[in-house]
Design a protein around this ligand. Structure first.
Ligand code: AMP
Ligand code: MG
Length: 320
């Protein structure tokens, strides 16, 4: 089965959302605190509104499992924030009302099922706020398998051009990258066995999202000598997929041992790496499970590699 129409709609939606995020960031966004204490911005809401609206128009019966919802945004004390979100959305969708915006955001309250979209409207909100990396991540999952992934990284450097890269992958069709500013998509591939120059590893900027001392020990154990490159968001998957690093390690943080990874933090990135020739598993070598719910309760940690070193990494993990 081909997913050409889904791909076209997803790309257009993610590119529009990335524009909105870039605009908000030029205006220096403020952090709003969510109930779980994590930050959200007008761009997270605007991005989810724009993408859910596009998916509603094109595929009205397909659920979207998005990170955000509009419960907090509908509170009376949030009226100024909602006005701001609406104003940014109107730059792309003239005439949009606050009621429509909250309605679109809440289209992201869908459930995991046989066919669903999953969306992180801004993955790496902390990076977004720091003026570092972040990503807009959208994936289509069918029968537990990611079929399509679109990952916009608006702050990813591009040689000789404005920053911003779009990674796209369809199951069985390979992975591509293209500057967000436009151009011809080019095929990407993970680093080969011979590519020693890119034999490095990436991990989160946020130390509390992983176990950096163990991650570094495992990387050393497989022969990676360079210090880690710390990057926010699923941009790390783009970096591995395009061969600029051979490994991305995300091991459970000792500070939050009960944390479970969320589907929207991995689905789009995972297919981009797999279609670029790499491998993605949890720390025990199990495939990431996108079939059961928003939290990947049956997985622990995430290991992303160029494939060549994957089994060695898993073995080193067992010994560490
Ligand atoms: P990164 O920039 O790769 O660290 O990923 C950002 C994502 O980390 C956010 O979207 C959160 O969903 C996720 N996150 C939050 N807390 C944790 C945690 N304790 N362990 C792993 N990931 C987390
Ligand atoms: Mg996220």
């Amino acid at each position: 089965m081909s997913y050409d129409r889904e791909k076209q709609v997803a790309i257009e939606a993610a590119v529009a959302a990335a524009k909105l995020c870039q605009q908000v960031r030029r205006d220096i966004p403020e952090a709003i605190e969510k109930k779980d204490k994590s930050p959200v911005t007008v761009a997270d809401y605007g991005s989810q509104a724009v993408i859910c609206k596009a998916l509603e128009d094109a595929f009205p019966n397909q659920p979207v499992v998005g990170e955000e919802d509009a419960i907090q945004l509908r509170q009376p004390e949030m009226v100024e924030v909602l006005t701001k979100v609406t104003n940014y959305v109107r730059k792309l969708l003239p005439g949009a009302t606050p009621e429509q915006v909250t309605g679109w955001i809440d289209r992201g309250n869908g459930k995991v099922g046989p066919r669903y979209w999953t969306l992180d409207p801004i993955d790496g909100t902390k990076g977004f706020l720091r003026q570092d990396q972040y990503a807009v991540a959208l994936a289509l999952v069918e029968d537990g398998e990611v079929k399509l992934g679109v990952l916009a990284c608006p702050a990813m450097p591009v040689e000789g051009e404005q920053p911003g890269v779009l990674y796209v992958a369809m199951r069985g069709e390979g992975a591509t990258m293209v500057p967000l500013a436009g151009g011809e998509p080019r095929s990407i591939h993970v680093a080969s066995r011979e590519d020693r120059a890119n034999f490095r590893f990436v991990e989160s900027v946020e130390a509390s999202h992983g176990d950096q001392s163990r991650q570094n020990a495992v990387a050393k154990a497989v022969g990676i000598k360079a210090d880690s490159v710390r990057v926010d968001s699923q941009a790390k998957y783009g970096i591995v997929a395009s061969g600029q690093a051979a490994l991305y390690l995300r091991l459970p943080s000792p500070k939050s041992p009960d944390y479970r990874e969320k589907i929207w933090d991995h689905a789009a990135g995972a297919i981009v790496v797999e279609e670029a020739g790499g491998r993605v598993t949890d720390m025990y070598g199990k495939p990431l499970n996108f079939a059961d719910g928003t939290k990947m309760v049956n997985n622990r940690g995430v290991v992303v590699s160029n494939g060549v070193i994957h089994d060695r990494v898993l073995a080193a993990l067992q010994e560490s």
